[in-house]
Design a protein around this ligand. Structure first.
Ligand SMILES: [Zn+2]
Length: 64
């Protein structure tokens, strides 16, 4: 289905190009981004959100 290929971030209509595992959800929380469905086992994201999440995750890890 076409919907499955869409970025999971609520309000984003970009095509999903990257997949991240659910451990990256806390980066989404840090960015105040919501995903649909919220209990997804993996995150399918567009390039833009993928970069945002990756950068945030790196920052989070750096702060530990
Ligand atoms: Zn997106």
């Amino acid at each position: 289905m076409e919907e499955e290929n869409k970025c999971m971030v609520v309000g984003c209509d970009e095509k999903a190009e990257k997949t991240l595992d659910k451990s990256y959800k806390r980066a989404l929380q840090g960015l105040s981004l919501k995903i649909e469905p919220p209990d997804a086992k993996e995150l399918r994201l567009c390039k833009r959100h993928y970069k945002m999440v990756k950068n945030t995750m790196r920052a989070l890890r750096g702060n530990l």
